[in-house]
Design a protein around this ligand. Structure first.
Ligand SMILES: *Cc1c(COP(=O)(O)O)cnc(C)c1O
Length: 438
């Protein structure tokens, strides 16, 4: 029996296996009713050969596109040579080479001194490890997280996540986190960092001294909200003033998405802990990493573990990604140029459809259109898919149409995707105009 509520139920046959066998918890497949078979660069193809431009890229897991030849070749060579696939946290040649690339091409050139903690291969597990370590180091339990923050859905990370739909899935009290307003939450002119400092400084402010403040520099799932450099600098200072660690969750905004390898580059920030996952392996293989200032690395061996911390295939492709894209500054410059092209494209859509587009969101190559509600955004997602574009929404009301195209997408493909988006938004604006005239 298939779930009659799923959009796919209207065409049950191609999805019969999934509907018969798979849990109702599946979600993206409901927005994109196709069976995908292969993918290359910025394109995914379904089993009938229809191509789709990918403006979702696994939610920023595929920043370098699908099946990039450099990563694919490195992986094929490694498999051909019977390279170790899984190694728990034993030393492996693949891990050693990844660490050397991370050190010499990412950390050293940026003047960053961090130790690498490999966790279980999900973003949530990296966040769990970061929060555990902050609590261990400070001896405190409370953590400050922000409105619209998304940090994963395991219990510790979920406590830091704002979204009520995800929080509701816990069915157990989520504890140890105090929610504070993100930059701009109350609109321009309200300094939410000053509020945070005042509440933490007031002995009757009711906020327990935190072990950490965890923040996304650009909120991916939360609606592409952008924190200013000034606000982030203040929050870091507030963390230090109150003896808390400053954690940047760079799982979605990192790996070049904002135009630099880390989303906070050029802001003068020195996070105590940085969490990474999604695009770190570069090819979609599961891998997560916590970067920790050396003096904070107070773990006992094995205190936080996880069987899948040694995915050597991911180490191989992660090293290939660093070698290919981050050996110099050319790629960052290219992403910044393309981010500006994306901004201009979205701006044009916004100008032409003022009735439905409330504003532009995001930074770099993570940008979107605020269309106010899912009543507008959902039909746009559906119509875009029919025209061959995969695009998702984010934000508390799914009100943001979010473009997470590959960072190395060609200008032609970027423009083609924007053209489809533009047509679909124009149709939504037309429907809205007809609706309000009726
Ligand atoms: C996706 C995401 C996570 C969780 O990662 P999973 O791999 O889904 O567990 C955590 N933080 C941020 C900012 C994310 O975007």
């Amino acid at each position: 029996m298939y779930d009659a509520e799923t959009p796919t139920a209207r065409e049950p046959r191609p999805f019969a296996t999934f509907e018969r066998m798979e849990s109702k918890v599946r979600s993206y497949c409901r927005s994109f009713p196709a069976v995908f078979e292969r993918a290359e660069g910025s394109w995914q193809y379904d089993k009938d050969g229809k191509g789709y431009i990918d403006f979702l890229t696994g939610c920023s897991v595929l920043n370098y596109g699908h099946n990039h030849p450099a990563m694919k070749q490195a992986l094929i060579d490694y498999i051909q040579s019977d390279g170790v696939v899984h190694s728990l946290d034993m030393h492996s040649k693949a891990k050693g080479e990844f660490l050397e690339a991370l050190e010499s091409k990412i950390l050293k050139p940026r003047g960053m001194n961090y130790l690498a903690q490999f966790t279980g291969p999900t973003g949530a597990n990296a966040v769990e490890a970061a929060l555990k370590l902050a609590r261990k180091v400070t001896g405190r339990t409370n953590v400050i997280a922000f409105t619209n923050g998304f940090h994963g859905v395991t219990l510790g990370a979920l406590a830091a996540t704002g979204n009520s739909h995800h929080r509701g899935g816990a069915h157990i009290p989520l504890s140890g986190v105090t929610r504070m307003p993100y930059d701009g939450y109350f609109g321009e002119g309200v300094d939410t960092a000053a509020q945070l400092d005042k509440m933490l400084s007031d002995p009757s402010g009711g906020v327990d001294k935190p072990a950490a403040i965890i923040v996304e520099v650009v909120q991916g799932e939360g609606g592409l909200n952008v924190a200013s450099a000034e606000w982030l600098q203040k929050v870091e200072k507030i963390a230090r003033k109150h003896g808390a660690l400053f954690i940047v969750d760079d799982i979605q905004a990192g790996c070049g998405r904002t135009g630099t390898f880390f989303s906070f580059e050029g802001m003068g920030l020195k996070p105590d802990i940085i969490t990474m996952a999604k695009s770190l392996s570069g090819m979609g293989l599961p891998m997560a990493l916590v970067l920790v200032k050396p003096e904070l690395d107070q773990w006992k061996p094995g205190e936080h573990n996880g069987t899948f911390r040694g995915n050597c295939h991911a180490f191989v492709t992660a090293k290939a990604a660093i070698d290919t894209f981050w050996s110099d500054d050319d790629f960052a410059a290219e992403v910044q140029r393309k981010g500006e092209r994306l901004r201009k494209g979205l701006q044009e859509i916004a100008m032409a459809n003022r009735g439905v587009v409330k504003g532009l969101k995001g930074r770099g190559m993570m940008r979107g259109l605020d269309v106010g509600s899912s009543e507008i955004s959902d039909p746009v997602v559906d119509a875009a898919f029919k025209k061959g574009l995969i695009i998702e929404t984010s934000g508390a009301h799914d009100q943001i149409l979010k473009v997470l195209a590959p960072l190395n997408i060609s200008d032609a493909d970027l423009d083609a995707g924007l053209e489809i988006l533009s047509n679909c938004v124009a149709e939504a604006a037309e429907r809205q105009a007809l609706g309000s005239a009726a």
